[in-house]
Design a protein around this ligand. Structure first.
Ligand code: HEM
Ligand SMILES: [Cu+2]
Length: 542
C-alpha cells in the first residue's frame, strides 16, 4: 500500500472541513435570526439576506461537506479493507481536482448572491450558470470515484478468486454504485433543463419535471450520506466498543436492500405536488416503508454489536452494558450519541413518509428539526467522530485533546436536544421553514415563546463546532508526533462465510434495482418529459 490513499483522504477532508466551517457559521446566523437577534444588517455585503445564508448553509453542509468527506473516507476504507492500493492514484487526484474546480466555480455565484436558490435549486428560481456547471462537475467527480473503487475491487477479485469481499469494501462499493445510479436524475435535470436554461439557450423551464428529476436523486442522496456512517457503525465501532459485529451476513443484506430500495422512493418528497398521480405517490410511500426495513436491520445489528462490547467490559443486565461502553473515547462517544439522536430522526422520518400525515408537517420548521437529527447529527457527528481517529492517523500525530473532544461531542448532543425538538414543535404549531421568521408579518405569539430556544440550542452546537475545529487545527499543527496503530476492522460473531454466495454477485441486484426504478418512475417521467412545455420564465426573488 502506498501513501497516496492517505494523501487523497487528507485532501478531501480538508475541503470537507472548510465547508463545514462555513456551514456552521451560517447556521448560527439563522438560529439567531429565529431568536429575534438582528444579525444580517451587520453582515452585509458578505451575507445579503436570510435566504442567502440558508443557501450557503444547505450547500456547504448538505452537499459539499458530506460529499468531500465521503469521497475521502470510503476510498481509504476500501483500500485498507482489501489491503490493496487504489487502482489509480492518478485518477484519484484528477477526481479530486475536478470536484474542487467544480466547487470553486459554484461557490463564486453562491457567495456572490447570484445563486440564492437553496440547496434544492428548484426552478423557476434561477441561479447563475456557473452554479449549475460547478455542481455538475462535483457530481461527475463522484462517478470517477466509483470507477476507481470498481477497478480496485476487480483487481482484488482477480487476485483472490472465490474469496468473499471484505465487509467494509463491500459496503463502500454498494454506497458508490447506489449513488451513481441515483445521481442520473440530477445529471438529467442539469443537462436537459438547468444548464440550457441558465445559459439562455432555451427560454423557460418546467418546474415539475425539474423537481421530479431532483428528487430522483434527492432521496437517495440521504442514503449517500448515511451509508458511510453505517460503514463506520458496522465495521469499526464494534471494535472501538471492545466487541464484535453481531452479524456480517445481516449487514450485507441491509446494504443490498439499500441499493435496491433507495431510489424508487423519491416522490415521497412530492406528495404535495400537483401533476403526479396519487397512485405513484402511494407506491413511493409503500416503498419508503420498505426501505425502513434495512434501517431496522441496521439498528438491531449495530445495537447488538455495541452490546457485545459493553458486556465484554463487564456490563450486566438489560441496560448496564450501555453505561459500560468506553465513553472516554471521543470517537466512540460521538458515534453512539449520533445513533441515539438518529433513532428519533428515524421515527420522525416515518411521519414525513406517511402520505397524508406528511401534510401536517410539510414545509414547516418540523422538517428542519428532522434534518438536523439525521444529516445534521447522525451523519455530521458520526463523521466528526471518525475524524477523531482518522485525522491523527493521517497526520501521524496524537489527537490534541481528548477532553476537549469529549466536551465537544456532548455539547453537540445537548445543543441538538434543545434545537431540534423545539423546531419540531414549532413546525407542529404551523411555523414555515425557509422563512426569515422574526420579520414575518404573521409571526404568531405561540411561536415567539419557543424561538429563543432555537437560538440557544443553535449557539451551543456552534460552540461545539468551534471546539472541534480548534482541536483539529491543533492536532495537525502542534500536537505531538505519534505513529498511529494500523487500522483494524471489527471481527464478526457471524462471519462473511455465512453469507450466501449470491450476495457477492452484482448483476441480479443491479437488474432488480433497475426494474424497480423503471416501474416506480417510468410512467411519470415519460409523461412529464413528453408533455414538458419549457415556458416558465426564471425568477430572481432575493
Ligand atoms: C451550528 C450548527 C447549526 C445550526 C445553528 C443550524 C441552523 C439551521 C437553521 C436555523 C436552519 C433553518 C433555516 C430556515 O428554514 O429558514 C437550518 C437549515 C438547514 N440546515 Fe442547519 N444548522 C446547523 C448545522 C447543520 C449541519 C451540520 C447540517 C448538515 C450537515 C445542516 C443542514 C441543514 C440543512 C440541509 C438545512 C435546510 C436548508 C434549506 O431549507 O434549504 N445544518 N439550519
Ligand atoms: Cu426522502
Amino acid at each position: 500500500m502506498t501513501g497516496e490513499e492517505r494523501r487523497l483522504a487528507a485532501a478531501n477532508l480538508i475541503v470537507a472541513l472548510v465547508a463545514l466551517f462555513g456551514g456552521v457559521v451560517t447556521g448560527l446566523f439563522q438560529a439567531l435570526e429565529f431568536a429575534g437577534v438582528e444579525v444580517y444588517p451587520s453582515l452585509a455585503p458578505l451575507i445579503r439576506s436570510h435566504y442567502h445564508s440558508v443557501s450557503i448553509h444547505g450547500v456547504l453542509n448538505a452537499l459539499v461537506f458530506t460529499t468531500f468527506f465521503i469521497c475521502g473516507f470510503l476510498p481509504f476504507i476500501l483500500s485498507r479493507s482489501l489491503g490493496a492500493p487504489l487502482a489509480s492514484a492518478r485518477l484519484g487526484w484528477v477526481t479530486f481536482w475536478v470536484m474542487t474546480a467544480g466547487l470553486v466555480l459554484s461557490s463564486i455565484p453562491l457567495v456572490g448572491n447570484a445563486a440564492t436558490v437553496m440547496f434544492t435549486f428548484y426552478p423557476p428560481l434561477k441561479a447563475h450558470w456557473a452554479f449549475y456547471v460547478g455542481l455538475t462537475l462535483v457530481v461527475a467527480g463522484t462517478w470517477l470515484v466509483t470507477l476507481n473503487l470498481v477497478l480496485t475491487w476487480r483487481a482484488w477479485r482477480a487476485r483472490n478468486p472465490g474469496l468473499r469481499t471484505p465487509l467494509a469494501a463491500y459496503m463502500s462499493l454498494v454506497t458508490f454504485v447506489m449513488w451513481t445510479i441515483a445521481s442520473l436524475g440530477l445529471a438529467a435535470e442539469m443537462i436537459f433543463l438547468l444548464l440550457p436554461w441558465s445559459l439562455g439557450l432555451v427560454g423557460g423551464t418546467d418546474a415539475l419535471l425539474a423537481r421530479t428529476l431532483f428528487w430522483f436523486t434527492g432521496h437517495p442522496l440521504v442514503y449517500f450520506w448515511l451509508l458511510p456512517a453505517y460503514v463506520s457503525w458496522y465495521t469499526l465501532v464494534p471494535r472501538q466498543a471492545g466487541g464484535k459485529l453481531f452479524s456480517d451476513p445481516m449487514a450485507r443484506t441491509s446494504f443490498i436492500l439499500f441499493l435496491v430500495l433507495s431510489t424508487p422512493v423519491g416522490i415521497h418528497h412530492q406528495y404535495a405536488d400537483p401533476g403526479i398521480h396519487q397512485a405513484w405517490k402511494l407506491l413511493h410511500a409503500l416503498l419508503t416503508f420498505a426501505v425502513f426495513f434495512p434501517s431496522l436491520l441496521t439498528f438491531f445489528n449495530v445495537v447488538a454489536s455495541l452490546e457485545t462490547g459493553g458486556r465484554a467490559r463487564g456490563g450486566a443486565g438489560w441496560l448496564n452494558w450501555f453505561v459500560r461502553l468506553p465513553w472516554s473515547d471521543p470517537s466512540l462517544a460521538a458515534q453512539v450519541l449520533a445513533m441515539v439522536l438518529f433513532a428519533f430522526g428515524g421515527i420522525g422520518g416515518l411521519i414525513n413518509a406517511s402520505f397524508n400525515v406528511n401534510m401536517v408537517v410539510h414545509n414547516t420548521a418540523y422538517i428542519v428539526g428532522h434534518l438536523h437529527l439525521t444529516v445534521g447529527t447522525a451523519v455530521a457527528l458520526t463523521f466528526i467522530g471518525i475524524t477523531y481517529w482518522l485525522v491523527p492517523h493521517l497526520a501521524g500525530r496524537a489527537l490534541w485533546s481528548r477532553t476537549v473532544a469529549l466536551v465537544q461531542v456532548w455539547l453537540w448532543f445537548v445543543g441538538m436536544l434543545i434545537f431540534s425538538p423545539t423546531l419540531h414543535e414549532l413546525g407542529l404549531r404551523g411555523m414555515p421553514r425557509r422563512t426569515m421568521i422574526s420579520h414575518a408579518s404573521y409571526l404568531q405569539p405561540e411561536w415567539k415563546t419557543l424561538l429563543p430556544l432555537v437560538g440557544i440550542g443553535g449557539a451551543i452546537v456552534f460552540l461545539s463546532a468551534l471546539l472541534y475545529f480548534l482541536n483539529m487545527a491543533l492536532t495537525v499543527t502542534v500536537s505531538r508526533r505519534a505513529p498511529q496503530p494500523a487500522l483494524e476492522f471489527a471481527e464478526a460473531l457471524s462471519g462473511p462465510d455465512h453469507a450466501p454466495a449470491f450476495m457477492d454477485r452484482w448483476r441480479p441486484w443491479l437488474a432488480l434495482t433497475a426494474l424497480l426504478i423503471v416501474i416506480a418512475y417510468g410512467p411519470t417521467l415519460v409523461r412529464l418529459a413528453t408533455t414538458a412545455s419549457l415556458n416558465t420564465p426564471g425568477m430572481r426573488v432575493w
